[in-house]
Design a protein around this ligand. Structure first.
Ligand SMILES: [Zn+2]
Length: 174
């Protein structure tokens, strides 16, 4: 795959006309969303967002497991001028269907020490979610209740239909 990517990059840079852009998000917006492959090239046009408009923070299942999402949201607010945050989950999320037992087997098959696996709550560690909608609502709550996130920044929660692109508002923080 790396060969294909490097070749594609060569073709891309030949055609591409670079332009100077600010690193500040022009729409003063941060989005916390899932790493799902089907959102690539789909979420942005479905929201009317273009290159340079928004900070997009992605991980498996758009959760705040660990501290990195709060850190990135805080950085976008305090260092990059973000004034509004959206947590956007999607239907048919792979992280809602994670089977912890299968995951353990897969890790062991790849040579991960079973003793290390036994040290963690695998479901919590991997950030498996119980339901796409309830997860968004919970993540909004967790970001809002962080003492490091200011109260005057709205944190909305939404879910996008992975097939039609239709958005549904779950938490309207206007
Ligand atoms: Zn997902």
């Amino acid at each position: 795959m790396i060969d294909k990517v490097l070749k594609a990059n060569e073709d891309f840079t030949k055609e591409f006309e670079p332009k100077k852009m600010s690193h500040m998000p022009q729409k003063k917006l941060s989005i916390v969303t899932c790493m799902d492959t089907r959102l690539t090239g789909f979420l942005e046009p479905a929201l009317g967002i273009e290159r340079g408009d928004a900070k997009i923070i992605k991980n498996a299942g758009n959760t705040v497991a660990g501290r990195d999402v709060i850190r990135s949201v805080a950085a976008s607010i305090f260092a990059l001028g973000v004034e509004e945050v959206m947590v956007i989950g999607h239907t048919n999320c792979g992280m809602a269907n994670v089977d912890p037992e299968k995951l353990k087997t897969s890790m062991e098959e790849k040579g991960i020490d079973p003793e290390e696996i036994a040290k963690v709550d695998i479901k919590e560690w991997i950030g498996a979610i119980d339901g796409e909608e309830s997860n968004v609502i919970q993540v909004v709550e967790e970001i809002k209740s962080s003492p490091l996130i200011p109260d005057d920044v709205p944190i909305h929660g939404l879910i996008i239909d992975i097939e039609s692109g239709e958005l549904k508002v779950l938490v309207d923080d206007r």
